[in-house]
Design a protein around this ligand. Structure first.
Ligand code: AVI
Length: 312
């Protein structure tokens, strides 16, 4: 959601105030994705260190035909958080869906990517839906009688804590209905050096992506945070099986946001993102907890990433 100055999203303002006023120093990761942040994320997906996009795209290219064979053919494909829909063509080509419903919170990205896909698939009925997929959604009437195949790639589920992930899977089940299928990507636990490099790349793009959050606060909430006084940090937390991302103050700082004064001490950190990774059985257990029965799992030869097809 791209908010301009003077039209602050009240939820954003509340989360930022909560971070600095209540001194919990944590900001939900969803605020990373304003226009600039979404463009930086697209750059991240092409970094040599960031293996998830490349690996998952190869899995989709290699196994979408099997998804079709396992019952995925001819359904209405409903993509949650479709963004630029770059991985979708592989799936659409193989499953020949009756319709495609990309769901995204950013109307801007949605319209552009739907138009692009319509050129590639001129016969396919496409019904873009601007909505927050973190709750139950009313799908377009046009697809109400069609069997559905939900698509949730990218291991976006990993950006949520387990309880929220399970809630989301349940909402998806309610949205899609009994008898639906879900094809979902999970990033696997692996060598921490590989993981940390993926979230702290040598070109510094992920650092820019993180620091953009402070620029966003300055832009949208009339802030004067000295962004160059913060450092992006990515650490592997083995206990929670997740990468944690922080912005760390490099000196004692005073700043104002929305005409309120705050300070942070050198070394203090703002927690801005988690990216959970999954062991061999973790993802399947999570799916079951959310009301989905895993049907098939596909992984690359290094076991870096998994695609799981599940049924409601
Ligand atoms: C969107 N999400 C799955 C990304 C991830 O890998 O957790 C977000 C990201 N943050 C930094 N790099 C990538």
């Amino acid at each position: 959601m791209d908010m301009t100055i003077g039209r602050i999203d009240p939820a954003f303002r509340d989360d930022i105030r909560c971070c600095f006023e209540e001194e919990n120093y944590a900001i939900p990761a969803r605020w990373l994705y304003d226009h600039a942040g979404s463009e930086l994320f697209e750059q991240i997906t092409e970094l040599p260190e960031y293996y998830p996009t490349r690996t998952e795209t190869a899995l989709l290219a290699g196994y979408s035909a099997e998804v079709a064979d396992k019952g995925g053919k001819g359904r209405a494909v409903v993509e949650f958080g479709s963004g630029s829909s770059t991985k979708t063509p592989h799936l659409l080509r193989a499953t020949q869906p009756a319709a495609y419903v990309p769901i995204d919170i950013s109307g801007e990205f949605l319209a552009a990517s739907a138009a692009q896909l319509q050129i590639q698939f001129p016969q396919l009925p496409i019904y873009p839906l601007e909505a927050d997929f973190m709750r139950r959604i009313n799908l377009p009437d046009e697809i109400s009688d069609m069997p559905k195949l939900g698509f949730f790639p990218g291991s976006t589920i990993g950006n949520m804590v387990a309880r929220t992930s399970v809630d989301l899977l349940r909402f998806m089940r309610e949205t899609l209905g009994i008898g639906s299928q879900l094809l979902i990507g999970f990033d696997r636990i692996k060598d921490p050096d590989v993981l940390v490099a993926a979230y702290d790349d040598s070109a510094g793009v992920t650092a820019q992506f993180s620091l953009n959050l402070l620029h966003r606060i300055n832009r949208e909430m009339d802030g004067d945070i000295a962004v160059d006084q913060f450092r992006h940090i990515a650490i592997w937390n083995d206990r929670y099986a997740r990468i944690e991302i922080y912005l760390e103050a490099q000196s004692d700082l005073n700043f104002s946001i929305d005409a309120r004064q705050y300070n942070m001490a050198k070394g203090q950190r703002i927690h801005i993102e988690n990216s959970h990774k999954y062991g061999l059985r973790d993802a399947r257990l999570m799916l079951r907890a959310g009301g989905w029965s895993p049907v098939t799992e596909w992984s690359d030869e290094k076991n870096y990433f998994s695609l799981i097809l599940a049924e409601a």
